[in-house]
Design a binder for this molecule. Structure first.
Ligand SMILES: [Zn+2]
Ligand SMILES: [Zn+2]
Length: 444
C-alpha cells in the first residue's frame, strides 16, 4: 500500500478537524506532493547506501554522501565531527533549534536477502577479522529519511522559522557514536538544540505504521569482559592444574542466579554471556578463558548492583576453585544509557502522528531491553523524542499474525524493509514533527 493514498484518505475524511489538525492538513499535503517528486531519487539513494554498508567509525562513503546531499539543499555542513559524523545546519530566521539524528553504521553480518541491491561488501573489523557487512538495522533507511526530510524542509522555508541541525551519527551499534559527537563539541560548536528527534526501523510492524513509548523505552546497556584465570597443563593430569574451563562453566551458571535470585522480579534485568573462548586442543588445559557479557538494566541503581554481582560471583567462584582472581572489566566507553521519551513531548508528537498517518497506524509499544545511544542526547539535557517506523510488508505481517511465517526483524541476515512506504512515512512524520516544534515554541 502506498502511504500517500491512505494519508489523503485519513486527512480528506475528517470533516470536523480540531484547529491544529486543520492547520496541519496543508503542510501534510505539501509534503506528500514533494515526496511524489522526490521518491525515485530517495529510493535510489537508500538502495545505494544499502548496497555499500560500512561498520562503526568506518562510515567514510556514507557520511560523505550525506554531507553532499545536505549541502545541495542549502545546509552548512561540517564533516568529521566525532570521527566520521556529519553536522548540517540550516538557519531560517528566529525560532527554535531542532536536531534530527540519523545513525549511519552497519553490522558485521553476511546479507542473505537476495535483494537486487543486497550488500556484497566484506571488510576487516577492528580486530582485523574478515567479515561481511550489512545494513541489518535499517540505518540506511534512517539516513535516507534524513536526506528526504532535509529536501522537504528546504522547500518549505516559508512555512517555518528557526534552525535545523541535521546529523549523520556514526557507530550506534557499538554505543559510541553519539558520545563521540557530543565529546567533539556537537552542543558547543553548533547551535544548541531545543529539541532532538530520531526515528528507527522496526521489522515487527507493517510499513506505514509507527510505534513509540512514553517514558522509558529501552534499557541501560553494558558490556563486561571477564578473564577467568587458571593454571594450564596436560589434559591427562587435571590434578596438576587449575582448570579455567570448568571454572568458567561454574561462573556462567552462577551468573544465572543474579536475575533469578538477587533481583526484584518486578524490575527486569538481563545478564547474557554472549562469547566464551578458551583453549586450543583436546588435551591441553589452558591458562585462561575469556568471556564477554551483555548486561541490561532499568536504571543507574540496578546497573551498579548487577555489575557488582557479576564481579562478586566471578571472584567467589575463583576463590572456591583456588584459582587466581579473575579480571572483570566493564567497558565504560561503550555504556549506553536507558532511552526515555519525555512525556509532554511524546503526547504532542503522538497526537500529531495520529492526525498525519491515522490513529490505527500509531501504536504504543512495550518497553524493550534493547539499547539505543540516542539516549546520550537526553542525558546531555535535550528534550528528546524517538519513534519506530514499521518496515514489514503488510501481507507478510497479516500472515505472521495468523500464525504463518514469522517476520524477520533487525539484526537478521534476512531483514528487508519495504522501502517506499517506510521512507514516505519516515519523511512525512519527521517533517511534520519539525514543523510542529517550530510552531509550538513560538506560541509559548
Ligand atoms: Zn542495531
Ligand atoms: Zn539500529
Amino acid at each position: 500500500m502506498k502511504v500517500a493514498s491512505f494519508v489523503s484518505i485519513v486527512i480528506g475524511s475528517c470533516m470536523a478537524l480540531p484547529a491544529s489538525a486543520q492547520e496541519r492538513k496543508p503542510n501534510a499535503a505539501f509534503i506528500q506532493k514533494k515526496l511524489d517528486a522526490e521518491a525515485d531519487s530517495l529510493l535510489a539513494l537508500y538502495k545505494q547506501i544499502h548496497a555499500f554498508p560500512e561498520l562503526a567509525f568506518q562510515e567514510e562513503q556514507t557520511s560523505a554522501r550525506l554531507a553532499k546531499e545536505l549541502r545541495k539543499v542549502g545546509f552548512t555542513v561540517t564533516e568529521k565531527v566525532g570521527v566520521t559524523g556529519v553536522v548540517g545546519v540550516l538557519k531560517n530566521g528566529v525560532g527554535p533549534t531542532v536536531l534530527v539524528r540519523a545513525d549511519m553504521d552497519a553490522l558485521p553480518i553476511i546479507e542473505d536477502t537476495k535483494l537486487a541491491y543486497a550488500s556484497k561488501v566484506r571488510t576487516r573489523d577492528k580486530d582485523g577479522l574478515d567479515v561481511g557487512v550489512m545494513h541489518a538495522c535499517g540505518h540506511d533507511m534512517n539516513a535516507a529519511c534524513l536526506v528526504g526530510t532535509a529536501r522537504v524542509m528546504a522547500q518549505m522555508k516559508d512555512r517555518w522559522q528557526g534552525t535545523l541541525v541535521f546529523i549523520g551519527q556514526p557507530a550506534e551499534e557499538i554505543g559510541a557514536g553519539a558520545r563521540a559527537m557530543l565529546e567533539d563539541g556537537l552542543l558547543q560548536k553548533f547551535p544548541r538544540p531545543d529539541f532532538a528527534l530520531a526515528l528507527h526501523c522496526d521489522g515487527r510492524y507493517p510499513a506505514g505504521h509507527v510505534n513509540y513509548r512514553e517514558g522509558q523505552m529501552q534499557a541501560n546497556v553494558d558490556s563486561v569482559d571477564i578473564i577467568v584465570k587458571g593454571k594450564g597443563g596436560h589434559g591427562a593430569a587435571p590434578h596438576a592444574t587449575i582448570d579455567p574451563i570448568v571454572l568458567a562453566a561454574r561462573i556462567i551458571l552462577d551468573l544465572q542466579t543474579i536475575v533469578s535470585r538477587e533481583r526484584n522480579p518486578l524490575e527486569p534485568a538481563v545478564v547474557t554471556v554472549g562469547s566464551i573462548h578458551g583453549g586450543t586442543k583436546h588435551n591441553i588445559i589452558p591458562d585462561e578463558v575469556k568471556m564477554q557479557l551483555t548486561v541490561r538494566t532499568m536504571n543507574d541503581k540496578s546497573r551498579a548492583e548487577v555489575l557488582e554481582s557479576i564481579t562478586r560471583i566471578a571472584t567467589a567462584a575463583a576463590l572456591g576453585a583456588r584459582a587466581p582472581e579473575p579480571i572483570v572489566k566493564t567497558r565504560g566507553e561503550s555504556f549506553t544509557p536507558a532511552l526515555y521519551n519525555e512525556s509532554e513531548l511524546t503526547k504532542k508528537m503522538v497526537a500529531l502522528f495520529k492526525d498525519v498517518v491515522g490513529t490505527e497506524r500509531v501504536h504504543e509499544r512495550p518497553m524493550s531491553m534493547g539499547g539505543e545511544d540516542f539516549s546520550q542526547f537526553t542525558r546531555a539535557g535535550l528534550r528528546t523524542f524517538y519513534w519506530h517506523l514499521g518496515t514489514a510488508d503488510p501481507g507478510a505481517f497479516a500472515e505472521s499474525k495468523k500464525g504463518g511465517k514469522a517476520l524477520e526483524n533487525t539484526h537478521s541476515p534476512y531483514y528487508a524493509p519495504v522501502p517506499e512506504p517506510t521512507l514516505r512515512t519516515g519523511v512525512l512524520t519527521m517533517s511534520m514533527a519539525i514543523l510542529e516544534l517550530m510552531n509550538e515554541k513560538k506560541t509559548r
